[in-house]
Design a protein around this ligand. Sequence first.
Ligand code: C2O
Ligand code: CU
Length: 471
Amino acid sequence: MRHPFFLKAAMAAPVVLACNGNAQTKALEAPLGPVPLVDVDPDPDAIEVSIVAAPGRWAFLPGKPADVWSYRDGNVDGDEGRVPGPMLLGKLGDRVTVHFRNELPEPTTLHWHGIKVPALHDGSNVSQMAVDPGASFTYEFTFTEAGTFWFHPHLSADEQIERGLYAPIVVRGEDDIAVDADRMLVLDDVKVESSGVLSPTITGLDLMVGRQGNVLLVNGERLPRFEAAAGGRERWRLLNTANGTYFNVGLPGQRLRVIGWDGGLLPEPYEVDAVVIAPGERYELLVELGGVEGETIELQTQHYDRGHDLPDQGPRALATFALTALPAGPANQSPAPRGQVEPLPVTADTPRRSFTLSEQEPANPGDEPRFFINDEAYPDVTRLVVGTGEVEVWEIVNDAEMDHPFHLHGTFFQVLDQPRLGWKDTVNVPRKSTVRIAVDFDNPGLWMYHCHILEHAERGMMGVLQVGPSP
Ligand code: C2O
Ligand code: CU
């Protein structure tokens, strides 16, 4: 076993984070899934980790390693990197220091998707200089919300994320739920050749709808098999890191209880048959596992029609859960804790803005499609200005022939005109429709908003927002 903190047990167990030869220990329960980064700060309210982005090898198909770009834990001697990268794990209020080194052959950044970082540490195209090959940058921020987030590059994101640069973030709150297992399930897909290598071919369809893979991945593996206790209760943190693929996740014959969105727990959990997860989004589920010991449950994704006549491939398996006997002392069955979310004050006087998303098919064969917000394509965009502390209503009008997941940096928003209250940073805007959101601009600085289909963001569908005075 290469990594000292790899969790073998199927049940969530306290993990002791011991630093390299350092006597200090700090206990924090890690969800099952990607290994946590080693925290070398003995202070219980501070986290200090080291991340290296470097070329590496990863087997998407068993026994057939591919050249990838991946994140390594700089505090683990000889770490060779993994896909997804190691998880950043902490708790509400922790001060976080990330020492980052770029060992890739091109510039990159780390963007903390959903974390309310100070603008200069946001790792976006407008917030910092690119970290050049061989260079380092230290990111500093505080965890101000509990929930499930992720980090990834914000330069050539369509290629860099597809090559393997992405990793989850879990921030624990004080109100953690008693469960038999807490799982981080990172959903992705990759286009691989039969030899196992990442396909070097980028098609016109890849650019138009976002590159779609032929292999579905959960935590970097094709069809992983997990063990779970029959009759147990589990918390699943679902994150979609794909370039363009939407997951429509379900457990056949079972309803799903949604307890959290991008920005944390919901005040009113709700039940659905399946949950559509657009690129960039997170959903948290509380799952009661029926069945008996020896049975297997399959997590599936179904077709979701997001436009451009993408074919229905039928239900596809993502992962299987082999049911084992429920251990003694199961989690208590008390009701799930709820998030505290107050509706943002929206009145007839609340300032409004409108954003129209549009696409342009390539004029000539060989040209690339272009994507626009209000007829502008990044980087040739007008910088919007909002006062710090303002609440605005944004109307996102999708005039295109496909859905676009709209993401805003630096803050959270609430989705209007629908019954549920909760915080989001990414919302799907179905084709030929309008979604209205209420945004709380409490974090000053320069921020980006864009479509989270990475090929679209990289081909124009991205804008710049200034909150407060010009930095
Ligand atoms: Cu997850 Cu601007 O990105
Ligand atoms: Cu898009």
